[in-house]
Structures are given as C-alpha cells and as structure tokens.
Design a protein around this ligand. Structure first.
Ligand SMILES: Cc1cc2nc3c(=O)[nH]c(=O)nc-3n(C[C@H](O)[C@H](O)[C@H](O)COP(=O)(O)OP(=O)(O)OC[C@H]3O[C@@H](n4cnc5c(N)ncnc54)[C@H](O)[C@@H]3O)c2cc1C
Length: 495
C-alpha cells in the first residue's frame, strides 16, 4: 500500500488548502514544495527586521456571510491579524491626476462614484446591480441550482470590455471602474464573470493582513501537520512514474527519491505540469501541446520599499495611479514606463501611525526579461540590475506624486520581475495570474481539475478564477473530485 493517499505538488495557497481539506477527511497527505519556503505567491521575505510581501496584498469578501470569510473560517484562517481597510475609501483610482473613491457596500459604492459622475448614476446602478447579483451567485457556487450554472456560464461567455462599453457611456468612468484591476489583466479576452466577481468581492469588503501573506501558508501547514500530514520543503518534483494501466504510481523528488500515492494533485502551473509529465508518456502530445500553447496573463514588476521610521503615514487604502487614459491597453504595455502603478501600504506593526514599508507594482511583460531566462538569481548580470534600478526609479518617481517626501523616507529597495516569479514559483513566463481566460475560447482556456490521467487532478490559479478567493474556491472544486461536493458543502455549512 502506498504511504500516502494523496501527494500534492506545490505548497502555494491551492496546494496547501487541498492538503488541509483532504487531511481533515482522514486522508494521508504529503505536500511537496520545491522551494526552501512554502507559500508560492504568499511568500514574504525579511530584511533588517522588516517583512515584505512578494505577491498577495489584500483580499475581498472577508466580512461575515461573504464568500472568502466562509472559506477562510473553514480553513482556520480567520484568527490571523486581518486589518479592515477604510470602508468609505478602500481603493483610490487616480487618472491623469484626478482622484476617484471606491467605497465598500454596493449602494455606497454606487453613490460615492455618482458624486463624481452625476449624469452616469443610472448606468452605475446597472453596473452595481450586476456586481451584486454576481456576489450573491458566488455564495451558491458549490451547490448551484441549474439557473446559477446558466447565469455563471453566460457571464463567462461575455466580454468584460464590451459589457462596460455597452453599459457605461462615459469613457472616463469605464476606466475608473476598471482602475483597480491591476489585480487581474485587462485584456480584451477577459470574461465578464472574472471582472465582475473580483470587483464584487472587494466592493463587499477589503482587508489587508498585518505581518504579511506567509502567515496564511504557515497556518495551513500547521493544521495539515497537526492532522498527521506532511509538508516537505526543498522537494522538487522532477518526474512522474507511470503504472502499466496508465496512471501515476509515484513522483520523483529532486531526481532521486520516489513518493508513491493513490492520487496526485498539481498546484503547479498546468503547462509546467505537462512538461513534468513528458517522460512518463501519460498524456498524449496533442493534449499537452494544447495546454502548453495557452497564453498567460502579464507579469508584474514589484519594488518593495523599506522606509525610515516615522516618515510616511500609513494609508488604509491602496492607490492605483494611471498616466494613460486608456487603462485597457495595459496588457500590451511594452514601454515599461510605470504609467500604471499600484501602491500598497503595509499595516504598521510597531503601534505607530507610520508604515515602514510600501510596495509599488506595475505590469511587466515576459519579453522584457526573457533574455535572462536560465540565469541564476543574483547572477543575471549588470544589464538586468540596471533594468531593475531604472524601473524602480520610474515607479518611485510616479509614487512620489502621491506620497509626500517619499524620496527622503526611503531606506532600501528590493525589486522583483516576472523572471523572479518564474524562478520561485515555476509559473510559466512569470505570469502573475496564470493562464489567460478568453471569453471566446472558454472550452480551451477554462480548465477543470480533471486531466486525461485518472489519478491526477489540477488546482491553483490557472483554473477557474485567480487570486486568493478564486484559488480557495478552486481548492474546493478539486477536492470535491475526491470527496464529493456534498461532503464539502456540508463541511463548510458546519462552520
Ligand atoms: C505580484 C502579485 C500580486 C498579487 N496580489 C494579489 C492580491 O493582492 N490579492 C489576491 O487575491 N491575489 C493576488 N495575487 C494572486 C494570488 O497571490 C495568486 O492567485 C495565488 O497566491 C496563487 O496560488 P497558487 O497556489 O495557484 O500558485 P503559486 O502561489 O504559484 O504556488 C505554486 C507552488 O508550486 C511550487 N512548485 C512549482 N513547481 C514545483 C515542482 N516541480 N515541485 C514542487 N513544487 C513546485 C512553487 O514553488 C509554488 O510554491 C497576486 C499575485 C502576484 C504575482
């Protein structure tokens, strides 16, 4: 008998959540992570006593009764130090120097933006009603009635951009409504459901996590281990071994050790998973080629900034600032000019009203850094260092327009590019949000957990929806393939 019921490849949010769900149901699980740290895009790093986030910065839908709260209560994550953001102004969108407020609560959101666009009030109400419906529909995702499924599918099959053009007659307002969307890729292919569901969850409520995203990964790990499961670091899956009847018998770790199991779940990007399967001949080339040919969302350049004490006041909202009028062109942004940035403020951990760390994020295409693919972190050469420094300067110059004396306050900076993510998380092309879903090609781009290999399932951000909420929902869908959806619905209801 194999030592494990299920081996999970990758200790990102999706892998750890699947590990916990299965361990709660008495399954013997082993989560194997290639990196020295677990968490994937939840990872934090520490420098000179300060903690910096690499990916995750805030979540939506965490108030009681909302979707992420329901799931995080089930995953035992509600005791973490969540910080509720300013409900009247949790996101600020600045376009061409003019500021617009995003407020929590559907009606409050609509009224607040109507003050800036009085002649668009009716259109805003139509838009807000869609977000409200999607929010209510999300809660039914695990036990959907036929009508819920039809509703979701119909929104997945529509273009977000076309919906906005049809519903909102003022082009500036269209851009404002899209303006908090560096947390997805505004591509013409973007399905309306993705756009509406993510925006809806943040309009319900928005929270940061004091002390960084790694706490989520650590809390999940501890629970898995307390239930008898294993989470192994520095354990890279390098191969799959096939059985004679076309299933997976085991994974090979670091090219030497084998781990057997009955079931396998991959939290690794699907295209990377296909490459790992090549030697085993378990999937036909036509299938793996199809997955490997799918486009990915853009990558992100991040400058993590360490600030001197008592210099920059903590802002309980994000700033999204754009120089470009047409935000929907950003997916194609090859100029690397920091014309679109997100500024995130880390909640103070020293009891003062000042932050010690802000992060500035901006989209970056893989092509910008692909020439250094294959080089090692810290040894990519002078040109790469120069590129990072120049990008950081541009981002800081842009952020300085909104943060007083930012230059003087900076103690240190640390930069990451899509290449950093490609190396740390093995995400294809260092893509921030995984496979690009295309409303026109849903059959091809909206992957399900099942694969042609009977005992291999997929999970993680490249399926269904990305982000903390999307990945958490997908973990339920993936584990339902093993445990049955009704079992999990009952579990979640019991919380
Ligand atoms: C810059 C950035 C900012 C973001 N901000 C937000 C935000 O504010 N809010 C939000 O909701 N979402 C945000 N997201 C998205 C969110 O962080 C991700 O959707 C989510 O964390 C992805 O989790 P995952 O488990 O799918 O994948 P990952 O986090 O990529 O995890 C995959 C894991 O698999 C491991 N792995 C890969 N190959 C192997 C192998 N061969 N063997 C073993 N292990 C392997 C990797 O090392 C990694 O740990 C952000 C993402 C980025 C990149």
């Amino acid at each position: 008998m194999p030592k494990f019921d299920t081996v999970i490849i990758g200790a990102g949010l999706g892998g750890l959540e699947c590990g916990l769900i299965l361990a709660k149901h008495g399954k013997r699980v082993c989560v194997v992570e290639k990196d020295a740290l677990i968490g994937g895009s939840l990872q934090t790093f520490r420098r000179k006593g300060l903690t910096f986030d690499t990916g995750f910065h805030y979540v939506g839908g965490l108030d009681e009764g909302q979707m992420l709260h329901t799931l995080f209560a089930y995953f035992g994550l509600m005791d973490l130090p969540w910080v509720k953001m300013d409900t009247d102004f949790f996101d600020e969108v600045i376009i061409d120097g003019k500021s617009y407020k995003f407020a929590n609560g559907y009606d409050h959101f609509c009224e607040t933006l109507s003050e800036a666009f009085p002649d668009q009030k009716e259109n805003l109400r139509t838009y807000t009603n869609l977000l409200r419906e999607v929010g209510q529909n999300t809660i039914n995702s695990f036990a959907p009635k036929d009508a819920d499924v039809v509703y979701t599918q119909s929104l997945f099959a529509q273009s977000a951009y076309e919906y906005l053009c049809k519903t909102i007659s003022n082009p500036l307002l269209r851009n404002v409504l899209s303006g908090t969307s560096l947390k997805m890729e505004l591509n013409p292919a973007l399905p309306l459901y993705t756009f509406a569901q993510i925006n809806s969850s943040f309009i319900q409520s928005a929270y940061r996590l004091r002390g960084g995203g790694m706490q989520i990964a650590e809390a999940l790990r501890k629970q898995i281990e307390a239930l008898g499961g294993e989470v192994r670091r520095n354990a890279e899956v390098t191969d799959f071994v096939a059985t004679e009847d076309g299933k997976i018998a085991s994974v090979v770790i670091n090219g030497s050790e084998s781990i057997d199991a009955d079931m396998f779940i991959s939290d690794v990007h699907p295209a990377t998973t296909m490459k790992l399967l090549h030697n085993s001949h378990l999937v036909r080339k036509i299938y793996s080629k199809r997955i490997e040919s799918l486009d990915n969302t853009f990558g992100i350049f991040t400058v993590n900034i360490a600030l001197k004490p008592n210099m920059v006041k903590y802002l309980n909202r994000n700033i999204y600032a754009y120089r470009n009028e047409d935000i929907w062109q950003l997916h194609d942004n090859s100029k690397n000019d920091a014309s679109a940035i997100l500024i995130s403020f880390a909640p103070p951990t020293d009891g003062t009203e000042y932050t010690r760390n802000i992060d500035i994020l901006t989209p970056m295409r893989w092509e910008t850094v692909s020439q250094w693919y294959g080089t090692k972190i810290g040894k990519r050469g002078e040109d790469y260092e120069k590129l990072k420094l120049e990008m950081a300067k541009l981002c800081i110059a842009e952020a300085s327009k909104y943060i007083d004396k930012l230059d003087e306050a900076i103690e240190n900076i640390y930069c990451s590019t899509p290449l950093t993510y490609a190396d740390y998380t093995a995400t294809e092309h260092g893509s921030a949000y995984g496979i690009r879903k295309d409303y026109n090609k849903l059959m091809f781009t909206l992957l399900t957990p099942r694969t042609p290999v009977a005992n291999l399932l997929l999970t993680g951000q490249s399926l269904n929806l990305h982000g903390i909420l999307g990945v958490s929902m997908t973990s339920i869908f993936t584990c339902a393939e093993i445990l049955g959806m009704q079992t999990l619905v009952d579990d979640i209801k019991r919380q």
